[in-house]
Design a protein around this ligand. Structure first.
Ligand SMILES: *Cc1c(COP(=O)(O)O)cnc(C)c1O
Length: 378
């Protein structure tokens, strides 16, 4: 056996059993492989408007102080977030993307012998974060594909039924990626009321800014009543800063204090903190983002239905569509037309594609490409 192989065999068995996260294909890679230009990426739920201009200016200005280490605690950004959300700064902890805080939560609360619970078709970072700690997972069955409101969505009762005495963490993506489904205030509240106080309920609100439903859970108002409630949010999606890597968790000060013990001292950069601070004030940008998304969701859902595909209802900035047959051929046909979407076979959904809402012309290009494939008798 080679030395390298022997070394690998010394790693934790649960780490060796992991398969890495598969990100959306980068634009440059597609253009290199296919020898094409002007391709578009509707694969990673990014904001098609790009970053808010005020954030770009703040990043430029932050350049002057880059010889110095960042403020590791992110004092200014946490203070501004606390002010904007009506919280105390001690209830906030920043992460290198919200992915970072999800991993910190798993590291802090899970060990071999413990369990985490999440739903079938939930965001794939949860199983990765859980498995890396050596803890086990219980996966709650999702709602059925023919559910009238939330096909393939989280089933609140099934999630609660999976929680046992060893369950330290329950992950709920609200709305969920890739299904676009969501739990309303009554459903989420019923989960919190039925879970023991020793199980942390992590509500991942990466797409919260996109949701316009009136009965979307007002989780911030519930923090004082449920010390085991953790909310995670990000600047990656509606705020258009995915490449910068900055997100945060909102939790009881005691939970934040615990997470701070394992947080890398400088996990968020000076530039990311400055940009997020500037982005936070850009309410008009956020409003434009929301309006563009609402119109785009309608455009895609109508266009896909007209082509006899089956888009699932979504409150995020993406749509899951059931193609009724293996989706990879459609994925590849779209790539050939310079359009990257996301296959979700790794979520156990081999007949579905996840499509991010783009600009109107990008959505149209996607629909035109699918229509052309249809005409060719696919
Ligand atoms: C995109 C996404 C995240 C956030 O990712 P970061 O860029 O690390 O903040 C978190 N949860 C869900 C469900 C997502 O889709």
């Amino acid at each position: 056996m080679s030395d390298a192989k022997r070394l690998v065999e010394c790693a934790a068995p649960w780490v060796r059993a992991l398969s890495p996260y598969q990100p959306g294909k980068p634009l440059e890679e597609l253009e290199r492989e296919y020898g094409i230009r002007d391709s578009i990426k509707l694969a990673s739920n990014e904001n098609p408007l790009g970053p808010p201009p005020a954030a770009l200016a703040a990043m430029q200005a932050a350049g002057a102080s880059l010889a110095l280490y960042p403020d590791g605690s992110g004092h200014c950004l946490r203070a501004a977030l606390a002010q904007a959300l009506g919280l105390a700064p001690e209830q906030l902890i920043l992460g290198n993307g919200s992915n970072d805080v999800l991993v910190m939560l798993a590291e802090a609360f899970l060990k071999p012998g413990d369990e985490a619970v999440y739903s079938e078709y939930a965001f794939l970072v949860y199983p990765l974060a859980v498995q890396a700690t050596g803890a086990g997972a219980r996966v709650a069955p999702a709602l059925p594909a023919d559910h009238p409101e939330q096909p393939l969505g989280h089933d609140a009762d099934a999630l609660v039924a999976c929680v046992g005495e060893h369950t330290r963490l329950l992950f709920i993506a609200n709305p969920n990626n890739p299904t676009g489904s969501w739990l309303d205030a009554t459903q989420l509240r019923s989960v919190l009321d039925r879970v023991p106080a020793t199980t942390l309920v992590v509500v991942d609100e990466a797409y919260a800014e996109y949701v316009t439903e009136p009965d979307y859970p007002p989780t911030l108002e519930w923090l004082s009543r449920y010390p085991n409630l953790v909310i995670t949010r990000t600047f990656s999606k509606a705020y258009g800063l995915a490449g910068l890597r900055i997100g945060y968790a909102i939790a009881h000060p005691a939970v934040c204090e615990l997470l701070n013990r394992i947080r890398q001292p400088f996990n968020t950069s000076t530039v990311a903190q400055a940009a997020a601070l500037a982005a936070l004030g850009q309410q008009a940008f956020l409003q434009r983002t929301r309006e563009l998304n609402e119109a785009g969701l309608r455009q895609l859902a109508d266009g896909l239905s007209a082509l006899d595909f089956h888009p699932l209802p979504s409150v995020g900035n993406f749509l899951l569509v059931d193609l009724g047959e293996p989706a990879l051929r459609w994925y590849e046909a779209l790539l050939g037309d310079g359009i990257i979407v996301r296959p979700v076979g790794n979520y156990g959904l081999p007949n579905h594609l996840r499509i991010t809402v783009g600009l109107p012309a990008q959505n149209e290009r996607l629909l035109d490409s699918l229509a052309a494939q249809r005409r060719r008798g696919r």
